[in-house]
Design a protein. Structure first.
Length: 361
């Protein structure tokens, strides 16, 4: 029996966690994954995300209808655009939709600042305003429910511009509203402005970590975890880039792909250390100690229990659902065309079903 399994028999409580990445319109894939997981009766104690992953997590936690898989799909169809014709090759549709969005925005999500502004670009600090997204979230999220004990715990991440530190919004500790969620999706490299909230100036959490598993463990360090991670950016690509656009696309994939293996290894190492501490503690506590050693032992007793009980979470199981790319395109995460959104949702469902089928074999 492994150390982790021995420990689990002593501490059986665990949480089921869904971790969703940032990735613009690729977040529709996460919608499909969630639909499939829900269809298999999997319920989550914690939903976590950054950027569009935080938006998805917020809708799941604060579902107005009580059917988050339906609300999430309705949200994605609501923000999709129907200007770009569906009957065209995927690459051309992606280029046309992303170009349309860059020029005219998306009235349900973001709008260019040059609409109605008389000033010249000099001095601008952003190109797009996402107030529209905050209004849209109000249509799909019941924030009172999101912040209640009946909802899955929501953990969303962003970045403090001044300090460069990660900022974690946790529905157990913070009354999360639409401003918190839009702050998590303020990605500066696409020209989206920061959000000022609680006295801080905030950008997208993907600047620091696009897969906020570590933030989940830091926020909930006591319970063991069964984790589902949705990876929007493929880890492996056998074909080398052929031009600059391919180079930038592949670099973006590498920057944003799931990098949680180190966190998982460290959780196992910490678990082994804690088990050794537990065994040494049990040996010493049952030994006959003289007065001086007994006093020293009692002084460290409280610290031992703090480490063993408050920082003992182990990642017991991890399931990854990873989006594949048939036709890489640099601005694929800016393609909000209805045809592409539907395709991403369907792909997420299919990939999740395949992963779950392999788990049961």
């Amino acid at each position: 029996m492994t150390v982790e399994r021995i420990r689990h028999t002593q501490k059986i409580q665990y949480e089921t966690v869904l971790v969703m990445q940032g990735g613009g319109s690729l977040g529709a894939y996460e919608c499909g994954v969630f639909k499939a997981l829900t269809g298999h009766g999997i319920k989550f104690d914690i939903v976590a995300g950054t950027s569009i992953g935080a938006i998805n997590a917020g809708i799941i936690a604060g579902s107005k209808t009580g059917h988050p898989e339906k609300d999430l799909e309705d949200f994605w169809m609501y923000v999709s655009e129907t200007v770009t014709p569906a009957a065209m090759p995927d690459s051309l549709r992606a280029a046309m939709s992303s170009s349309f969005g860059a020029l005219y925005g998306n009235t349900k999500v973001f709008l260019p600042v040059w609409f109605g502004l008389p000033s010249l670009p000099y001095g601008w600090r952003h190109l797009y305003d996402i107030t529209a997204l905050k209004d849209t979230l109000g249509k799909f999220i019941d924030f009172a429910k999101l912040n209640s004990e009946d909802a899955p715990r929501l953990i969303a991440t962003c970045t403090d511009i001044k300090s460069g530190d990660a900022v974690i919004f946790d529905s157990v500790k913070t009354k999360i509203d639409a401003d918190h969620l839009t702050a998590c999706a303020s990605y500066p490299f696409y020209g989206i402005g920061w959000v000022e909230k609680d006295g801080r100036h905030l950008w997208d959490g993907a600047l620091l970590s696009n897969t906020p598993l570590r933030e989940v463990i830091d926020s909930s360090p006591k319970c063991d975890k069964k984790v589902y991670i949705v990876n929007l950016f493929p880890r492996v690509q056998e074909k080398l880039p052929e031009n600059l656009l391919d180079v930038w696309h592949r670099a973006k994939d590498i920057m944003h792909t799931d990098k949680t293996d180190h966190n998982i290894r460290m959780s196992k190492v910490i678990s082994r250390y804690l088990m050794l501490l537990r065994e040494m503690h049990d040996i010493i506590s049952n030994a006959q100690l003289d007065e001086e050693l007994h006093d020293r032992f009692m002084k460290i007793e409280r610290e031992y229990h703090r480490l063993a009980e408050e920082r003992g979470a182990v990642i017991e199981e991890i399931t990854r659902i990873e989006r594949r790319e048939d036709l890489p395109f640099l601005f694929e995460d800016a393609d909000f065309s209805a045809a592409t959104i539907k395709k991403l949702i369907r792909q997420g469902e299919e990939d999740a079903e395949a992963v779950l089928a392999n788990k049961t074999q």
